[in-house]
Design a protein around this ligand. Structure first.
Ligand code: SAH
Length: 259
């Protein structure tokens, strides 16, 4: 397939969403026309509801302005079933089909804030990120607003396809959707400044450690010896890896193979 080469992008400036009919103070958003959101039927005036969600995230401890802005930009209601649209901005996980769920906004924001806290990201902005578990594509869209490139892998073909159609109207040139077993990572896109898993395993796959850049961070749910899933942060330095175990979380299981 021959496609026009993507326009050059200055490092440190991730893709911005096309006009979603809000954020009047942002020139980049205001300049983009026509509105992909409206054209695709996502014209629901959700900006105010989303801003309330952002205020709740801030009240709940999310401090990064970049994360709060990204959460305020991405139309979460465009990633859930039409029957669930009314709940799209509540802080709950919701079913997305095939026994999987879209993560709670507070957990998405928390994990991305942790990624941004890595030394590499602090120095140069967040570079390449690997997401394991694309699901409906929501988190990939949020990541696209804070990272230079997002590689997102999904093992379920149906969800991979669904995320593709969910994301299409947003025209995010820096999101790369892959069908595959995320336990193997995606070496071609690495090393990654950030790795984020939306599914929880018994341990961290070796490939993730190998593909993490020095100065980068990996954020993932991992089961502890007592079976409780906890959020884990692994940071890589020249000297090796440092692991921190944070709060308890509830993610769908990490499984191997493509289905
Ligand atoms: N980030 C997603 C959350 C999806 S739930 C969102 O915003 O909607 C987690 C996803 O991880 C599920 O879709 C599940 O199929 C997927 N998953 C589980 N194990 C995987 C693996 N080894 N590789 C890729 N995806 C995996």
């Amino acid at each position: 397939m021959s496609a026009a080469p993507p326009p050059p992008r200055r490092p440190g400036f991730p893709a911005r969403l096309p006009s979603l009919g809000h954020a009047p103070s942002s020139p980049s958003v205001r300049a983009a026309a026509p509105s992909a959101a409206t054209a695709s039927g996502w014209g629901l005036d959700s900006a105010a509801v989303r801003q309330r969600m952002v205020q709740r995230l801030a009240a709940g401890g999310i401090q990064s302005p970049l994360v709060l802005q990204a959460m305020g930009q991405v139309p979460r209601h465009g990633f859930v079933d039409s029957a669930l649209v009314a709940q799209a901005y509540e802080d709950t996980s919701l079913p997305i089909g095939w026994q999987q769920t879209i993560s709670k906004p507070s957990v998405v924001a928390r994990m991305i804030e942790l990624l941004l806290g890595a030394p590499l990201a602090q120095q140069h902005g967040l570079g390449r990120v690997l997401e394991i578990g694309t699901g409906c594509g929501y988190q990939a869209a949020v990541l696209s607003q804070v990272a230079r490139e997002v590689y997102s892998i999904e093992r379920l073909r149906n969800l991979h396809e669904k995320s593709r159609s969910n994301l299409r109207p947003l025209r995010l040139a820096n999101v790369h959707l892959l069908l595959g077993d995320g336990m193997l990572g995606y070496a071609q896109g690495g090393p990654y400044a950030g790795i984020i898993s939306a599914a929880g395993g018994q341990s961290l796959p070796q490939a993730w450690r190998d593909q993490l850049a020095v100065g980068g961070r990996l954020v993932a749910p991992v089961a502890q010896e007592n079976g409780q899933q906890m959020l884990l942060v692994l940071e890589r330095s020249e000297q090796g890896f440092t692991e921190s175990v944070l709060e308890a979380v509830h993610f769908v299981p990490l499984k191997s193979g493509v289905a």
